[in-house]
Design a protein around this ligand. Structure first.
Ligand code: SF4
Length: 275
């Protein structure tokens, strides 16, 4: 590798490490639980206010020439969603009814409540996370723990209310010990997510964290490679950013997330909330 290219790659790796993304180019599905724990796990730092806290705390990453920009490559197999047909006349209540008291995958064994999704059924913006945690499992609502509070602050910083958007997850039942959902669990549950998205038809889908982004895009590449990029997803635009739980552990990444949210605001024609 020539010295200039090597220097650019090293700069990007250092930048990733600063964000806590140590397995920089590795598929999350192949990461050890301890590594994934380190990337996005239990929060430790509270966020007091929304928008001002998203100001970048670190210098911008080194510029990469267009030809060297990472591109999301297709996963080995087709997207999970390619096999899912649109259901004519589908609606959020009907999809919930179809889920029922679901036992389709092993995640049902440890759940307290199915966490279906919440918010505006006609939302222009849908946030998709990976799966319920402890608080969500108890309450039956997505993003109600500390990461959920941060997500609410992020939404409000965008001049929206939580009830203006729709929030849901790839899997509807809590994985034990907050582990990542397994591939077969995602394959079983995510068609419900696709139906939810088809019923809502949002302008923008914002994936929170690697699991949601990789599932939606059918890729196994690390989120750092395509975070903040726009993709077409059926009739919606899709963007991926870091999970709020990751931000609680890595507050320096809030600036990057705020940049992503500003892109979303641009598409939705929103102005930042005035203090
Ligand atoms: S995670 Fe989804 S597929 Fe699995 S039991 Fe829960 S609702 Fe059913």
């Amino acid at each position: 590798m020539n010295p200039a290219k090597r220097a650019r790659v090293e700069a990007w790796l250092r930048y990733g490490e600063e964000l806590g993304v140590t397995p920089f180019f590795r598929d999350r599905a192949t990461m050890m639980p301890a590594q994934t724990e380190a990337v996005e796990s239990a929060p430790s730092i509270e966020m007091a206010a929304a928008r001002p806290k998203f100001a970048p705390a670190r210098p911008a990453p080194p510029a990469m020439p267009a030809a060297a920009r990472p591109i999301v490559a297709a996963a080995a197999g087709p997207s999970l969603f390619e096999a899912v047909e649109r259901v004519e006349g589908d609606s959020l209540p009907r999809i919930r009814e179809d889920i029922g008291d679901c036992t389709r995958c092993r995640l049902h064994k440890g759940r307290t409540k199915i966490v279906y999704g919440t918010g505006n059924p006609r939302a222009e913006l849908v946030f998709v996370g990976e799966g319920p945690g402890h608080d969500e499992d108890i309450q039956g609502e997505p993003f109600v723990g500390r990461a959920g509070k941060l997500l609410t602050q992020m939404i409000e910083a965008m001049s929206l209310r939580r009830e203006d958007v729709y929030i849901c997850n790839v899997v509807k039942c809590r994985p034990p010990e907050n582990r990542l959902p397994e591939k077969d669990e995602i394959a079983t549950c995510s068609p419900f997510l696709l139906r939810q998205l088809a019923a809502i038809q949002p302008k923008v889908i914002c994936c929170l964290g690697a699991c949601a982004a990789q599932t939606m895009l059918g890729t196994n590449q690390g989120i750092s490679r395509f975070r903040g990029e726009w993709f077409d997803f059926r009739s919606s635009k899709l963007i991926a950013t870091y999970h709020p739980a990751y931000l609680l552990r890595n507050p320096n990444a809030k600036g990057e997330v705020w940049k992503d949210l500003q892109k979303v605001m641009g598409v939705l024609g929103l102005q930042p909330k005035k203090k």
